[in-house]
Design a protein around this ligand. Structure first.
Ligand SMILES: Nc1ncnc2c1ncn2[C@@H]1O[C@H](COP(=O)(O)OP(=O)(O)O)[C@@H](O)[C@H]1O
Ligand SMILES: [Mg+2]
Length: 414
């Protein structure tokens, strides 16, 4: 056996050694491969970890920000008021925005230089103590009235109002540009100009054209925005309007549809009416308060000069009244030409005929006519507007005119 095994074993030994070596080699290779895999995986996990850590810190920041926001949103609102008087012992008299006057305490940390009568302040809702001073706070409505972007309307866009343009230039633009000339001749330029005339004849448009042609600040407001709910607010807004104009001078204030606050003072009973009157009084006071040569000018417009308070028309207020009547034949021709300048039409469309057919039309109605004519051509898939399109448009606009009659103040002007 031994001999046998002895005889066999060296060969056996050899091959098993060989086998073991092979296995070991394979295992080693496997292990090496595994090791490489694991190393790679470890690397991956490491970078993932860095990424996640980053993410966590970002999310933490976000949470902080949102918590901050929540805190801000949860904060009770503050009441806005104006300081009327500063007393000793850190106390002040304030008038809250609804008009009630309170004696309240002041936050000691506030800059005492800012705490002056007239300053706009934030009040704690419960104690009404002054917690903050709001500097330079214009009423947003007044602030928003300043026209930052100049309107595109120019004098060239208007037809048949050459005389009115000349008048407004001479009474508004000239004194602002060259006050010295007026001083030399010893004449006072008008402080304000009132544009009157039937609706749709270009009052608002003319004021816009003035705004785009002058370099000065233009402040525009529709008078109904001044008729406020709270007593005293309208008057305050008028005051702020003029303050803003003076600060940004040279400036033009344009009050459109002034009849909303400038109607005759009747012995009216409702407090709303009385408030409107107070607003008007403040406007008159402001008008009287500035000098004709100051670089603030006022333009107002109305369809209803018949109901305006005479006080507005007294010398030193609206010294100049510019009427923009319904356009005559020439005016209508000019307005039609301006509005049709960009429209392709066939030869059959004759402006002369349209001028004849539109007696009594306002500028707005003439524009509507041109728009209707163009619409009809588009509807019928035509490249050019035809006589037919304009005949249809004439009927449509005329129908609208008769429908609109009755309540329309334009009756006054015919
Ligand atoms: N003289 C005019 N020249 C050209 N278009 C005019 C003229 N008058 C009125 N329009 C047109 O009518 C529109 C309304 O005019 P608008 O100035 O608002 O009238 P209102 O006198 O009632 O203030 C203007 O936007 C313009 O398209
Ligand atoms: Mg208008």
């Amino acid at each position: 056996m031994t001999a046998d095994s002895d005889a066999i074993s060296p060969r056996d030994d050899d091959s098993s050694k060989h086998k073991i070596g092979e296995i070991a080699e394979r295992t080693l290779r496997d292990l090496e491969a595994d090791f490489a895999d694991l190393k790679e995986r470890a690397q991956q996990l490491l970078s993932e970890r860095v990424y996640l850590e980053n993410e966590v810190s970002q999310q933490k920041k976000k949470v902080n920000r949102l918590e901050d926001e929540v805190r801000q949103l949860r904060m009770p609102p503050h009441v806005i008021g104006n300081i009327q008087d500063i007393l000793e012992d850190d106390r002040a008299v304030v008038r809250s925005s609804n008009g009630t006057i309170f004696l309240v305490s002041l936050n000691r940390n506030l800059d005492s230089d800012l705490l002056k009568p007239g300053a706009r302040v934030a009040l704690n809702q419960d104690s009404l103590s002054v917690v903050d001073v709001l500097s330079d706070a214009w009423d947003p409505l007044v602030m928003g009235a300043e026209m930052i972007d100049r309107p595109e309307t120019t004098y060239e866009d208007m037809g048949g109002v050459e005389e009115q343009i000349a008048l407004i230039k001479e009474s508004i633009e000239l004194p602002l540009l060259n006050p010295a000339a007026f001083k030399n001749f010893g004449i006072e330029p008008p402080k304000g100009v009132l544009l009157v005339g039937p609706p749709g004849c270009g009052k608002t448009m003319l004021a816009k054209a003035v705004a785009s042609s002058t370099e000065c600040t233009f402040i525009r407001l529709v008078a109904s925005e001044l008729a406020q709910k709270y007593i005293g607010e309208g008057g305050r807004m008028v005051r702020e309007l003029f303050d803003l104009a003076r600060e940004r001078a040279p400036a033009i204030i344009f009050i459109d549809e002034i009849d909303a606050i400038g109607a005759k003072r009747l012995d009216s009973a409702t407090s709303g009416d009385r408030e409107v009157q107070r607003t008007l009084m403040q406007l008159l006071a402001e008008l009287d308060g500035f000098d004709a040569l100051d670089d603030v000018k006022l333009i107002a417009a109305t369809n209803r000069p018949d109901i305006l308070d005479e006080a507005l028309l007294r010398p030193g207020r609206f010294d100049r009244i510019i009427e923009i009547p319904l356009p005559n034949d020439e005016g209508r021709k000019a307005i039609l030409e301006i509005n049709m300048s960009g429209m392709p039409t066939t030869k059959g469309v004759r402006i002369g005929h349209l001028v004849e057919e539109t007696k009594g039309f306002s500028g707005a109605e003439l524009k509507a006519l041109v728009v209707e004519g163009g619409m009809s051509a588009i509807r019928n898939n035509r490249k050019k507007a035809t006589k037919d399109d304009f005949e249809k448009a004439l009927t449509t606009v005329k129908e609208k005119r008769t429908e609109g009659r009755g309540s329309a103040p334009s009756d006054l002007w015919n």
